[in-house]
Design a protein around this ligand. Structure first.
Ligand SMILES: *Cc1c(COP(=O)(O)O)cnc(C)c1O
Length: 366
């Protein structure tokens, strides 16, 4: 299939290239000044006291879990509606995910279900800030503090998402942001862990750098691996952070434009915006009883679509863990379509996409 409009497209150009050239000129590609500069900027943006890199969001979650030294085989509460990595990171860290459902309106973790899965073996909870909106962190922190469990915010999609005017990522013990190609800001692959807890930060540093505080020594006081990144990634990321306001503005404009254009089609149901959260659109997603047909029709017309996530409690390798029923997550998969809101998509292209959807609805009397 040759697409006219792709689900993911990058806004990378001369700003990124200039900074990458600097690395070549300096003949230094491993972690160095660009990485430091990126972390400094990211601390500013996120309001976190400490920040450290990981090679990608998946390994970032894994690193966060390793650094917390949670009891082996203890359980982590994870919503069923999220990307596979949220749970696979737990499994590789010798932990067991326990699945709860999400709210229909926001697709974020349903905090009303938390007590019903709580027991002595639960050591942590991993709320996901889904599709550019924050979870209700007050509710989650209240629950976590009551039971004295740890909180890992999966903020992979949530660069610049604010909960009650405060950037997400450090309400809990640690937050993990991804810089994969389809996230708000990209460096190809990459992630940052944020925390306000200095002790935890020091452990993260040991775990990510071979169990030692600095490179260049062969005495390794602790256990660690290599979770480092490169100056090239950080350079691309830095150029992206400089454009962050523009990136967000564009995504918001496109998101609003979709809503405006598709408003009134009774078969379509949009994700609702929570009053406590800002919005940093990751995708434009909506539910329709005609998901398969509409997606097919869009694809036929050269528009690349995505489904929503397949419920984790149904995944072949996760279905034996403890779970609630998670009907909303199942519904989100069965009915959800994601449309692109990336930096290079234009309003004209959104017009085109929406016309196709309207045409389908019109022809089928929806
Ligand atoms: C993208 C994503 C991840 C994984 O991040 P990668 O950088 O792709 O490894 C984890 N959780 C969520 C919710 C994501 O969207």
């Amino acid at each position: 299939m040759s697409y006219k409009i792709f689900q993911v497209d990058l806004d990378i150009g001369k700003e990124e290239l200039e900074l990458v050239k600097d690395c070549f000129n300096r003949r230094w590609l491993s972690e160095g000044p660009k990485c430091e500069e990126f972390l400094e900027r990211f601390r500013d943006i996120s309001g976190s006291k400490f920040a450290a890199f990981a090679p990608n969001g998946t390994l970032g979650l894994y690193l966060a879990l390793l650094a917390m030294d949670l009891p082996k085989d203890s359980e982590v509460i994870v919503p069923a509606f999220t990307f596979y990595a949220s749970a696979s990171a737990c499994v590789f860290a010798n932990l067991k995910p326990v699945f709860v459902d999400v709210f229909k309106d926001s697709l974020n973790i349903d905090y009303n279900q938390l007590e019903s899965v709580m027991n002595k073996n639960v050591s942590a909870i991993m709320p996901i800030h889904m599709y550019g909106q924050s979870c209700d962190m007050d509710k989650i922190m209240e629950f976590a503090n009551k039971h004295k469990i740890k909180v890992i915010e999966d903020a992979a999609q949530a660069v610049s998402v604010k909960y009650k005017n405060k950037h997400v990522g450090h309400f809990g013990d640690v937050g993990v942001f991804s810089f994969f190609s389809d996230k708000i800001v990209t460096m190809g692959e990459g992630a940052v862990l944020t925390t306000n807890n200095e002790e935890l930060f020091n452990t993260i540093k040991l775990r990510r750098n071979q169990g030692r505080p600095n490179a260049g020594t062969f005495i390794h006081p602790d256990l660690g691996m290599n979770f480092r990144v490169t100056e090239v990634q950080a350079s691309i990321g830095l150029a992206q952070l400089k454009k962050l306001d523009k990136i967000l503005q564009h995504r918001l404009e496109i998101y609003d434009y979709y809503q405006q254009k598709l408003n009134g089609l009774i078969d379509l149901e949009f994700v609702k915006q929570e009053s406590f959260s800002s919005l940093a659109p990751f995708r434009f997603s909506f539910r329709t009883k005609h998901r398969k047909e509409i997606a097919q029709y869009l694809e036929l017309n050269g528009v690349q679509t995505r489904s929503c996530f397949y419920p984790l409690n149904k995944q072949p390798k996760f279905k034996n863990y403890r779970t609630l029923e998670c009907a909303v997550s199942q519904d989100a998969y069965d009915l959800g379509i994601c449309l692109p809101v990336h930096r290079s998509i234009t309003k004209k292209e959104v017009d085109y996409i929406c016309e196709i959807i309207k045409k389908y609805c019109h022809e089928n009397n929806l």
